[in-house]
Design a binder for this molecule. Structure first.
Ligand code: NAD
Length: 459
């Protein structure tokens, strides 16, 4: 049995909140910090600000016991052995990562250090950030032997964040000495030893796990690079299959078949080989740009990543053109849009291709009725309802009298739609599927004109 470690997590967003709740779940005492007072106060009331499976249950299990919420970073630092920094690292004008939140947190932490602390970069940050954080802390008068800065990048995926955290493919710890490594290893011990998975009330998705996640101990710089390289590689895989899908369209082949065949090669693997309207979200676009920028700064031309970005933008444009050629003219046409989130299973709309496309359709004079199982409220904040944009309570309401139905997010709920009901609800049975959710033959049997990605023509 490991000791209960007191951990502060700074930033209670998708990563910080999930990490906090999961650290509590594996037996630690967690102080979850954010400078957004409204967020902290609703978390204290037990309200979960994001849509994520198992998060409400775990929060309810640990709230007022092993997890507490505060805006007081000073007190949280004082009381903790490790401080995980999980604030945002958005993209700046130049494409580089904006590290001002990390900088601000580092200075604030520094002012509260009176005994040894391990500061952990949980946010995705460029290589060398650990050295900057150390410099900031030292500049604030903290002796070098009172702290270590480490890197523990997060690989969770929104939509399956809790399960991903509790059963990661690997846990990367970037450290420069054994003292810091020992603490990080102790924090993750309930997972790496497999002990957590034996507990009766472990999260269902991970309870039966037999293989505990391995810990990869690297240098801090390597850990920082692992995260950027991983995300850049995944984005590249998506852009790759998207170009292949365009070749398939031109050649009259089905990219789903091609993707199955390519992905069956163990050296390639089937994941992230799904053609669509391009990647989005709060990570891939900014991390690809940031990694490209870092490489440039280090004198390395990572032109491959420029191409990945170009293909991604082009994929969205091609979808827009597909809708245009299906409808001929746009002005006054009613579009039913299914999906707002950047992917299924989350309410996150950051850099969602759907939001961008809706904006373009509205500019062309379309009337849009949109539905998403989780992301409507967030979307209303950036695209408020208007004379030409409304939000529906379900897919069928959105489809009512629409000239075409567009699928922009891969929600499982959409796969399970009653196709006959949908067919009779639409004014014209045209479905333009940006996520290849349906079988073309089945759609044809149900009387749809079905256009998708990388599958030649319509049926
Ligand atoms: P987020 O925007 O959801 O959350 C960031 C939180 O930090 C916000 O609640 C904000 O109020 C808080 N914050 C900002 N400045 C603060 C300060 N000075 N003191 C206290 N709190 C502060 O962001 P996120 O999606 O959780 O991402 C956080 C980091 O993790 C980013 O670097 C991101 O790239 C990385 N990451 C994200 C994901 C993901 O799927 N979202 C996955 C892996 C890694």
């Amino acid at each position: 049995m490991t000791e209960k470690i007191t951990i502060a997590v700074v930033g209670s967003g998708y990563v910080g909140l999930v990490a906090s709740v999961c650290f509590a779940e594996i037996g630690h005492q967690v102080i979850c910090v954010d400078n957004d007072e409204a967020k902290i106060s609703s978390l204290r009331d037990g309200e979960v600000p994001i849509y994520e499976e198992y998060l409400p249950e775990l929060l309810a299990r640990h709230r007022n016991k092993s997890i507490e919420f505060t805006t007081d970073l000073h007190a949280a630092t004082r009381r903790s052995q490790a401080i995980f920094v999980a604030v945002g690292t958005p993209q700046s004008q130049t494409g580089s990562a904006d590290l001002s939140y990390v900088d601000a947190v580092a200075s604030e932490i520094a002012r509260s250090i009176t005994e040894y602390k391990v500061i952990v970069e949980k946010s995705t940050v460029p290589v060398y950030t650990n050295e900057w954080i150390s410099r900031v802390i030292e500049r604030n008068g903290v002796p070098r032997d009172l702290f270590d800065v480490t890197s523990n990048p997060e690989f969770l995926r929104e939509g399956t964040a809790v399960v991903d955290f509790l059963h990661a493919d690997r846990i990367v710890i970037g450290v420069e000495n054994e003292r810091a490594a020992t603490l990080l290893r102790a924090i993750y011990e309930p997972l790496t030893s497999g002990r957590y998975y034996q507990t009766v009330d472990a999260v269902p998705g991970v309870r039966s796990s037999v293989d505990p996640p391995p810990i990869l101990q690297t240098s801090t710089k390597a850990a920082e690079l692992i995260k950027h390289a991983s995300n850049a590689f995944l984005a590249m895989k998506i852009s790759f299959i998207n170009v292949v899908s365009n070749v398939c369209e031109a050649a009259g082949a089905d990219v789903e078949e091609v993707s199955r065949g390519v992905g069956a090669d163990a050296r390639i693997g089937p994941k992230f080989l799904k053609a669509g309207i391009g990647y989005g979200g709060s990570c891939f676009p900014k991390d690809v740009a940031a990694f490209r920028y870092v490489a440039e700064q280090l004198g390395v031309d990572f032109g491959l990543l420029r191409e990945v970005e170009k293909i991604n933008a082009e994929q969205k444009r091609r979808f827009f053109q597909k809708v245009r050629s299906a409808l001929w003219t746009f002005r006054g046409k009613k579009l039913a849009v299914l999906g707002l989130a950047f992917k299924g299973g989350t309410d996150d709309i950051r850099e969602s291709p759907a939001i961008d496309l809706i904006g373009q359709f509205l500019m062309e004079g379309c009337i849009v009725s949109a539905y998403d199982p989780a992301a409507i409220e967030r979307t209303k904040q950036v695209l408020p309802p208007s004379g030409t944009l409304s939000y529906a309570k379900d897919a069928y309401e959105a489809a009512g009298e629409a000239d075409a139905l567009l699928i922009l997010t891969d929600w499982q709920e959409f796969v399970e739609l009653d196709l006959d009901r949908l067919r009779y609800t639409l004014r014209y049975p045209i479905v333009i599927d940006g996520r290849n959710l349906f079988d073309r033959v089945i759609m044809a049997q149900h009387g749809f004109t079905y256009l998708s990605v990388g599958r030649a023509g319509g049926v």
